[in-house]
Every structure is written in C-alpha cells, then in structure tokens.
Design a protein around this ligand. Structure first.
Ligand SMILES: [Zn+2]
Length: 114
C-alpha cells in the first residue's frame, strides 16, 4: 500500500529502501525551506513597498520645493536619481543623488542585485 509523506507518495519497497525516517526528515526539511522562502518573499515585498513609498515621497517633496534635485555626487551627471540612504516614513528621509551609471557601480561594489 502506497504511503504519503510530505505530499509525496511512496510505495512500500521504496520506503523500505530509503527508510521512513530519512523521508520524514526530507519532508520536514522541504517544509522548512518553503517557510523560509515565504519569509524571504515577505521581506522582499516589504523592501519593495518602502522603496515605492520613498520614490513617491521624494517626488512630492521636490514638487513642494522641500527637496532639491542635485547632480550625481560622484560624477556630476545631471541625470541623477535619489538613492535611499535613510528612510523612516513620516520620520526621517536622507537621500543621495546618483546617476544611473554610478548607481550600478555602487550596486556592484555592495554586491546588490536587481
Ligand atoms: Zn554619476
């Protein structure tokens, strides 16, 4: 009679061969991995939301004249974007102006991906 462990079905001979305990451990590990992945995705979504909020806030502050767009602080290129240095909504906002090229350079240096 086939037995289900961790969403997978095994026949008896396979179970005998592999050992039930090993399969249980494997199933547990898979569950743990899934849980970890979900957590990571949640964390990523949080960062994404914060970044979006940051962008909107920067645009609003520029519109209201409270923040001034500056050239890239590394190379002086005028086509710069605001990089988030510190941002706590409603509390603090620190930006760094960098052009695309320098943003990529910085990302490479920090080992960030996107
Ligand atoms: Zn630059």
């Amino acid at each position: 009679m086939p037995i289900k462990i961790g969403g997978r079905t095994f026949d008896e001979s396979t179970l005998r061969e592999l050992g039930v305990e090993a399969l249980k451990r494997e199933a547990l590990l898979a569950t743990e991995k899934r849980r970890l992945r979900l957590l990571q995705e949640k964390e990523k979504a949080k960062t994404r939301n914060l970044r979006n909020k940051f962008r909107v806030t920067v645009q609003r502050l520029i519109r209201e004249g409270k923040l001034k767009k500056e050239p890239c602080e590394k190379c002086g290129d005028k086509a710069s974007v605001a990089r988030m240095v510190e941002y706590v909504p409603q509390v603090s906002l620190k930006v760094k102006w960098l052009c695309r090229k320098c943003v990529f350079k910085e990302r490479d240096k920090n080992g960030e991906r996107k």
